[in-house]
Ligand binder design. Structure first.
Ligand SMILES: [Cu+2]
Length: 133
């Protein structure tokens, strides 16, 4: 009788600990991982036209470390979002969307501070910049 009671008590305590651990995880660990902001940059209509002043809009864009940016191709032709610049200063592990068809999007999270340049490999007049602070 006494043994059964102890097992029951142990079970209750275990469930209690599990619930508290679960709540703590949900309240503190998950939100801290999701703390980064989200921003959207539009690849504007007519972006490949050399007279386009802001083919990626907005650019330059200042964001805090941890921000996730989503580029959306709102033009009617394909474009890329490629880290570096058209002269070939493309970092080996830089982000690269590949060709984004009209309506498609590309997402990248900026984990470290710095000024990051990007461009379109199909249209070298299309330049963009993200300033991560
Ligand atoms: Cu382009």
């Amino acid at each position: 009788m006494l043994k059964k009671l102890n097992i029951y008590k142990f079970g209750t305590v275990s469930i209690g600990i599990a619930v508290v651990t679960g709540l703590t995880f949900t309240m503190f660990v998950l939100p801290s991982k999701a703390v980064g902001q989200s921003k959207i940059v539009s690849i504007v209509k007519g972006a490949s036209n050399p007279s386009s002043t802001e083919p990626y809009n907005p650019s330059p864009l200042s964001v805090p470390v941890g921000t996730t940016i989503t580029w959306i191709n709102n033009d009617n032709t394909g474009h890329t979002v490629t880290q570096g610049d058209p002269s070939g200063n493309t970092p080996p592990n830089g982000f690269d969307s590949g060709i984004l068809a009209p309506g498609k999007s590309f997402t990248h999270t900026f984990g470290t501070a710095g000024t990051i340049q990007y461009y379109c490999t199909l249209h070298p007049t299309m330049l963009g910049e993200v300033i991560v602070k």
